[in-house]
Ligand binder design. Sequence first.
Ligand code: GMT
Length: 375
Amino acid sequence: MKIGIVCYPTFGGSGVVATELGKALAANGHQIHFITYSQPARLDFFSENLYYHEVTISKYPLFDFPPYELALASKLVDVVRFEKLDILHVHYAIPHASAAFMAKQILATYDIRIPIVTTLHGTDITLVGKDASYSPVVTFSINQSDGVTAVSNNLKEETLNYFDVKQEIRVIPNFIDLSRFSLKPRQHFKQAIAPGDERILVHTSNFRKVKRTTDVIRIFKKVQEKVPSKLLMVGDGPERTAAEQLSRELGVANDIRFLGKQDAIEEILSVSDLFLIPSGSESFGLAALEAMACKVPVISSNTGGLPELNVNGVTGFLSDVGDVDAMAANAIHILEDGERLAQFKEAALARAKDFQLANIMPLYEQYYREVAAHV
Ligand code: GMT
């Protein structure tokens, strides 16, 4: 098929899923056209089946807010017409689903029927979508999509509970490419981070409030009182300063490394013993899946789709949002006993395998065929 993919081209989870899906579909013989405002972060290699179309946004002094959605809709019309696409798959409802709807209406005037699949990723529903400034548009554009997928059962339920959605929603979870995310021998790196053979804890995110990065620091402080350990904080975002400040106040700054944005996450996960994701809301938790694929057990909150990934007492532990004491106690339980830690590591990898690319990509291919057959 000739498939157009629209996403945020950043390191965020929805952009990562969209880009990795496009790359895998291209490797499977489909022709993939990414339509975004800049080159997707993980679109870092050449393939004969991969195309990239940049949405250019003209800036006029009159526009305090350049109308990106209109520029995107115009680009979609252009690409669908001239590349003769079979289907458009938009990731993240705002503003991609509504721009796709507009493009679809315009294309109809050229007698072109293009099926649209919208994938809901999380914050487009749980945070931004529920905002009254966007909610009518989100409801409308979900209902106007020819197919809708959500990345967890929980996100599907949230969508149906909050929005007046008539469309059937298909759950297709996040996936992982095990050829990239696997445990790699990086002993020298481990030695450099933890010269005293301390345990290594890790957190990766975009440091937004919803990630509760200060909880990560508080958990680490408690763990460190019982188990000699180090913490790697990977990523960057609005809460980084608060997290750094707290680590100084709690006297643990010297055992924490803030590494900023990193491409080779799998290298860092390969030296890690435990992943911390205490999010206030998390529709799936792709970052936790990446960790599990590298044999890193997970201490998480029990919110959103996390219980659909992290198996309590097997691949890690789940606790109420904000329950730093329970999260720290569970982390210590895993880390203080080498044999127990090894069991959790094996279980994390075994669970990650359920979500391997080879299992999930065919679900999207099948869904495209079903949706296209009904338009
Ligand atoms: O988590 C983020 O901050 C990024 C966000 C996004 O939309 O790019 O990730 C969401 O989509 C991911 C891929 O489907 C999910 O794995 C994340 O759980 C989800 N984030 C939240 O729900 C907070």
